[in-house]
Design a protein around this ligand. Structure first.
Ligand code: HEC
Length: 446
């Protein structure tokens, strides 16, 4: 489902809430004096109280709806905290500040109504309602102003506000602290810096080679492992990394030292299509759908609260709200449970769900020793004890693994290679084990 669907539903509920509340407010501001001025003055306030009591729960539900849908829109339009420092952000903050007296007065009015203070305090109510209507007018002015402004996240993205200048990741592997920084981590030319230190923060200076691959996860582009240049003091750099397509990448780092096992680490990052473009800051699917689900659930609960006499002292009840409230709650809960479906995550069937790291490689090596080494041998060169008995020789993995993407290696393991001795592991190994195996196979690469 499109993010726009959630945004549209949310905007609709926001507008609906605003029109019910503000519309009702103006009506009351106009009607109250008419009511009080005409006819028998001691009968009228009683009727007026009935009218206002009817309006109170609606106003309460509308205000609640406005708050929750407002939080959702705030995320969609502003997205990152740094983006509040934009014209849109400032106007939004002004609007929020104006809301404080609006909500305060609304609460006071509803209190007066619920306490039946009308008969004696009709004038103060009249004044309150008018000030409330005035505050609402100012809020509407801010809303009109907002409509003409560029959404905060776009403004921020175009002007480089809050945009990451580099992607960084640190991991401890094989006794080495590997700090990796990719700048800027967007489409275009990128530089990679790897800093190696030991447990006590002392630079590791004896590495023979540090190689990095920026692998595009959404398609197989066959990216090579590129060797970085040793600039001394455990710092290795390279600037020949080109990112040509926006999307999710996996940065894989391999550190080769004479006195330790190869240390490997990898992490994933989202390269923005073009740095500085209007859509460089985007709401994520996960946050959007989770917020939307919570929004529906919250509106549902507010409606149910307003419909049930539980909160009668605070909010007079309005029974017809219970049914839509229950419907909203059910949809909200269903969406929350279903949040997985809308997750931006990495489609597990196509991408290796496990980044290359020592834990994954360790799991893969166990599976390899048990199922593969009989033919391919401990070193992967095809010298396993069973190799001699096969009609066709097992492939030398140090040569063959670099030729294939993770998903094709996964396919060989799961389905075998028909017409050869290479067996299928489907049903024998779990999918997770197969993906760990793929990560382990990468250790045969030269
Ligand atoms: C019974 C022996 C045998 C076992 C067990 C075995 N393989 Fe193979 N494997 C082969 C043979 C033979 C080939 C060469 C197939 C060909 O000729 O294309 C091969 C090829 C491969 C290739 C190279 C594919 C290519 O075309 O580049 C990979 C990767 C591979 N095996 C991985 C594994 C893994 C991982 C395991 C353990 C789950 C495994 N194999 C278990 C016999 C075996």
């Amino acid at each position: 489902m499109e993010l726009r669907t959630a945004a549209t539903v949310s905007d609709f509920l926001h507008l609906l809430g605003a029109s019910v509340w503000v519309g009702g407010l103006f009506l009351i501001a106009i009607v109250t004096p008419v009511f009080l001025m005409t006819g028998a003055s001691n009968a009228r306030p009683g009727e007026l109280a009935t009218l206002l009591k009817r309006f109170s729960p609606l106003a309460f539900a509308s205000a609640g709806t406005l708050i929750v849908t407002g939080i959702f829109s705030g995320y969609m339009q502003v997205t990152i905290p740094a983006a509040t420092n934009t014209p849109y952000g400032w106007t939004l903050v002004t609007k929020l500040i104006l809301l404080v007296p609006l909500f305060g007065l609304a609460a006071a009015n509803s209190y007066l109504v619920s306490r039946e203070l009308l008969r004696s305090g009709a004038t103060s109510l009249k004044r309150f309602v008018r000030i409330e209507a005035l505050a609402a007018l100012l809020v509407l002015a801010a809303v009109g102003w907002l409509a003409g402004l560029e959404p905060a996240r776009q403004f921020a993205a175009r002007n480089g506000i809050g945009v990451e200048e580099e992607v960084t990741f640190s991991e401890f592997a094989e006794g080495a602290n590997i700090d990796t920084a990719i700048a800027p981590g967007d489409v275009g030319a990128n530089s990679v810096t790897v800093t190696l230190t030991d447990r006590r923060d002392v630079p590791i200076t004896n590495a023979i080679d540090v190689r990095v691959r920026l692998k595009f996860l959404e398609d197989d582009l066959g990216e090579p492992l590129i060797s970085l240049v040793d600039t001394g003091n455990g710092v290795w750099t390279g600037d020949e990394f080109k990112i040509t397509i926006g999307g999710v990448y996996q940065a894989e780092v391999r550190v080769i030292r004479p006195d330790a096992f190869d240390a490997r680490t990898s992490f994933r990052f989202d390269a923005a299509p073009t740095a500085g473009a209007a859509d460089a800051i985007r709401p994520t699917r996960t946050v959007t759908w989770t917020l939307f689900a919570i929004e529906l659930l919250a509106i549902g609960l507010i409606f149910i609260a307003v419909g049930t006499p539980v909160l009668k002292r605070l909010v007079p009840s309005l029974r017809p709200m219970i049914l839509p409230g229950a419907a909203f709650s059910v949809i909200g809960v269903a969406l929350l449970l279903n949040a997985q479906v809308f997750r931006s995550g990495f489609p597990e069937e196509r991408f290796n769900p496990f980044p290359v790291n020592s834990a994954s490689i360790a799991e893969g090596s166990v599976a390899y020793a048990a199922t593969c080494s009989a033919c391919h041998g401990v070193t992967g060169r095809g010298e396993g004890p069973q190799a001699g008995e096969l009609s066709s020789p097992p492939a030398d993995l140090s040569v063959h693994v670099p030729l294939h993407s993770d998903s094709s290696l996964f396919g060989f393991i799961r389905d075998g290679i028909p017409g050869t001795a290479m067996p299928a592991q489907l049903g024998l190994l779990s999918e997770d084990e197969m993906w760990h195996l793929v990560n382990f196979l990468r250790t045969f690469e030269q």
